[in-house]
Write a new protein. Structure first.
Length: 308
């Protein structure tokens, strides 16, 4: 029986019927046996006999794909495809699908939760209270402040809607700008430099490309206000992690909430020592509703492409 590899750990967790769809279509599902993101060697081993894969953030570069001669289709569990060598796929006629919009609300919720948690230092206060230390801790105001949203796709738009509920002024940057949508939702276009200089909160929702890699670096951070809070629920490569560590350590910005890193989990021990950094385990999209929708969409996309 032909096999389909499934790497995302939340796939089918609350609705296992998606596995039945795969079996009913005549395939054998191979669920991630490691309980973590697979490395290249594990991907090469597990993918060797598979005709399809439902992939999370595990590596699917040319070296991995070359070890999968039977592979006919790839379904991304999410929307970011920077971990997939799309040129290799195109050259070998392997279609790559995404689950567009499936997790937008979940990620927007998480991004705005990080804004609140960082600004009001909620994890820090919670830690003190559990030690029976009833200190008064000063946080940053959110209501009425200015937020810069870099990437105004489905998730960025969701963050803008949540910011509107907090009476925030919303600036945004996107290569594909919709004047009508922006006007209807009181969103002002701004170049990245203006966002860096003027915003109290900056939330990243850009794809990772050659143009956006390390868009947050020492130079861009130097432009930010000392009370700025930086949020990243998009891709780790958008931030120069050394520059971020230096900025947080020296108090050049007030704090950061980061759910995505260049390496997961990060090897740089300095990240774990920062009390003004809230770290996430790439779980912004991990809600029951989002995982069920992504599981079903990815499954349907893959089964459709395998029939071609």
């Amino acid at each position: 029986m032909e096999k389909i590899l499934i790497t995302p750990r939340s796939y089918g967790k609350t609705d296992s019927s998606v596995l039945d769809l795969i079996k009913e279509a005549g395939y054998e599902p191979v669920v991630n046996p490691y309980g973590q993101i697979l490395n290249k060697e594990q991907m090469q081993q597990e993918l060797a006999d598979c005709v399809g894969v439902i992939i999370g953030v595990d590596p699917l570069d040319a070296e991995v794909l070359a070890c999968a001669p039977k592979l006919r289709a790839i379904a991304k569990y999410g929307v970011g495809t920077d971990n997939i060598d799309k040129e290799y796929c195109a050259a070998h006629n392997i279609p790559v699908s995404i689950t567009q919009g499936a997790n937008a609300n979940a990620v927007a919720d998480y991004a705005f939760s990080l804004i609140c948690a960082c600004a009001r230092k909620i994890p820090y206060i919670n830690g003190l209270c559990h030690e029976k230390k009833w200190n008064k801790v000063l946080g940053l105001d959110i209501y009425g402040k200015t937020i810069g949203i870099m990437g105004l796709g489905a998730i960025g738009k969701g963050v803008a809607k949540r910011a509107a509920g907090f009476g925030m002024r919303v600036l945004a940057y996107d290569v594909f700008w919709n004047d009508e949508y922006a006007a209807e939702n009181n969103i002002q276009f701004a170049q990245p430099e203006e966002i860096f200089k003027t915003c109290d909160f900056i939330s990243l929702h850009l794809p990772l490309t050659d143009d956006t890699r390390n868009i947050i670096n020492a130079d861009s951070i130097a432009l930010m206000k000392p009370n700025c809070v930086l949020i990243n629920t998009a891709r780790g490569g958008l931030i120069d992690e050394k520059a971020l560590i230096d900025a947080l350590w020296d108090g050049k910005i007030a704090g950061a909430g980061v759910d995505v890193f260049n390496e997961e989990p990060p090897a740089n021990e300095a990240l774990y020592q920062l009390d003004n950094l809230i770290m996430g385990s790439h779980c912004a999209a991990s809600t029951n509703g989002a995982s069920e929708t992504m599981s079903r969409m990815a499954t349907e996309n893959l089964l459709r492409d395998l029939k071609k």
